[in-house]
Design a binder for this molecule. Structure first.
Ligand code: F6P
Length: 518
């Protein structure tokens, strides 16, 4: 079955009619009163993650129409094409095969190519994990500095922080991404060459920010008496030749079918492996693999990433909600919103479909947020009483990994209360104290923030983004929108030194002059 863009499917028109007649006005309080089974009906257990979707603005009929939409658009066939290694990244003619990175070595392969790629995945994984263990056992290395940006930073940084309870106590991890020298300089100020390992993480090994930071780190290393580059620098890249030219011998590779924002499962995940060890990293992969199996093998109606992706489309295209607030009620997940911003917006922030035709509807919502309860004391005011409705995605973790009395119960009481308050609201004639309620939220629940559970949570997010992208008919796996700024920066960089403003618009020329002063 070929893909059909969502707006061309019969279910799209049916959904529009449903939305116009009663979908717009569904009242969650009435829905719960009318259906004592609603919690069970609209929740879904998936590997390591329970999703309560019952506080979302859908009824049974809408949920069924959304499933019809998924059927009619060929979401399952597109998913299967991804799992089979088809070149679904059509603008770059590349497979999108990050699921292979977490496929066990002994899993049956559907093709000779898959078997061949899987063998490469596992030989690199074994080598990378052996290296991770070697560094973990090396007491002289106390500081590991990951230099990378975008997918070569956000995933590893988020995961190392999330799994801090499992991390090697003798290693400090630093993440330098920004070309802003303040970032690298303040990190280097705390380091000693003899005790530092730099990981230069870049899929392409051409990204200007990373190359600039890597060159400065190398300069600092030699200027401060460091001599053994082979021991203190390693590269994580698909461009082994460029890493060699840079002077790095220890390189862990990956392949062009791993997208940058899907690369934390590859060699780019080396800092994670160094933090939590080889066994921990294998558990992380296994958790993601369990979610992959759920996504691949479970009927659409009971498939958590599918149900979440369908809600995303319902909200974006019918309710016209343009953002989603992510509220992890676990401080170790505080980089999750930043990670999700790249995952969702670089994947689905597209205005044309896969054939290049302009889309007549909106795509990527903006995921944003902070860890709970901090967000409550900052922007939750707007979520409860603002003019715009913003669906909230809470993440709650049952088990605490500290022993401080009372904290965790209070944290969990808060996450429940916020979801309840958004839905229930509170009538008040005064206006200022009135809470309209009926504001939607999803609650994702993990038993424990283990490597496996984090792997499953991230894979769930990858797949829900896949589902909405599939329905929108877009290529979720390229990112041409980041190119223009890179080209212009290359043109402007020498002008910072020369002051040459020829050919620039008046604003850019004026600002260039101003920024060069002093
Ligand atoms: O600028 C966008 C981007 O290409 C991302 O997709 C990617 O994750 C990031 O840059 C870093 O790229 P690289 O790993 O090749 O340095």
């Amino acid at each position: 079955m070929t893909r059909l863009r969502c707006d061309r499917a019969p279910a799209w028109a049916a959904l529009q009619t449903a939305f116009d007649t009663h979908g717009r006005t569904i009242d969650l309080r009435e829905a719960f009163a009318a259906d004592p089974q609603r919690f069970g009906r609209f929740s879904q257990q998936a590997p390591y993650v329970f999703g309560d979707l019952s506080k979302n603005l859908v009824d049974e009929a809408t949920a069924q129409m959304l499933l019809d939409l998924a059927e009619q658009c060929g979401v399952a066939a597109h998913r299967d094409a991804m799992f089979a290694g088809a070149a679904i990244n059509n603008t770059e003619q590349r497979a999108v095969w990050h699921v292979l990175l977490r496929t066990p070595a002994d899993a049956p392969s559907a093709s000779a190519l898959e078997a061949q790629e899987l063998a490469k995945v596992h030989s690199t994984l074994d080598a990378m994990l052996a290296y991770a263990e070697q560094v973990r056992a090396d007491d002289a290395i106390t500081d590991i500095v990951n230099i990378g940006i975008g997918g070569s930073d956000l995933g590893p940084q988020m995961a190392v922080l999330a799994l801090q309870a499992f991390a090697h106590p003798g290693k400090r991890f630093h993440f330098v991404s920004n070309v802003d020298g303040h970032e690298l300089a303040s990190t280097l100020a705390r380091l000693q060459p003899a005790h530092t390992l730099f990981l230069i993480a870049s899929k392409t090994f051409t990204t200007i920010e990373t190359m600039t930071n890597a060159a400065s780190a190398k300069g600092w290393f030699t200027a401060h008496g460091g001599s053994d580059i082979a021991r203190h620098f390693a590269a994580l890249t698909t461009n082994v030749a460029a890493a060699k030219d840079f002077g790095i011998d220890t390189t862990f590779g990956f392949w062009d079918w791993v997208g940058g924002r899907y690369s934390l499962w590859s060699a780019i995940g080396l800092p994670i492996a160094m933090a939590i060890g080889a066994d921990g990293f294998r558990e992380f992969l296994a958790g993601a693999h369990a979610m992959d199996a759920h996504f691949r093998d479970t009927p659409l109606a009971t498939n958590l990433p599918v149900r979440m992706g369908l809600l995303d489309v319902w909200y974006r295209n019918f309710h016209r909600f343009s953002s989603r607030s992510v509220a992890p009620y676990h401080s170790a997940l505080r980089r999750l919103p930043a990670y999700l911003q790249q995952l969702e917006m670089e994947s689905n922030g597209k205005r044309v479909d896969a054939s290049g035709a302009a889309l007549p509807f909106g795509t990527s919502p903006v995921p944003w947020g902070e860890s709970g309860t901090n967000g409550q004391h900052a922007y939750f005011q707007m979520l409860h009483q603002g003019t715009d409705v913003v669906p909230v995605e809470f993440v709650a973790v049952k088990k605490a990994r500290h022993t401080l009395q009372g904290h965790h119960d209070l944290l969990l009481a808060n996450v429940l209360a916020q979801a309840q308050a958004l839905m229930q609201g509170k009538a008040d004639s005064g206006g200022h104290k009135h809470f309209p309620g009926n504001r939607p939220s999803t609650m994702l629940v993990l038993d424990d923030l283990t490597p496996a559970a984090l792997g499953a949570l991230i894979a769930l997010q990858e797949h829900r983004v896949f589902v909405s992208g599939a329905l929108w008919g877009i290529n979720s796996f390229d990112q041409w929108g980041v190119e223009l700024g890179k080209v212009l920066a290359k043109d402007i960089a020498p002008r910072m030194r020369s002051g040459d403003a020829s050919g620039l618009d008046a604003s850019t020329a004026g600002l260039l002059a101003m920024l060069r002063e002093g």
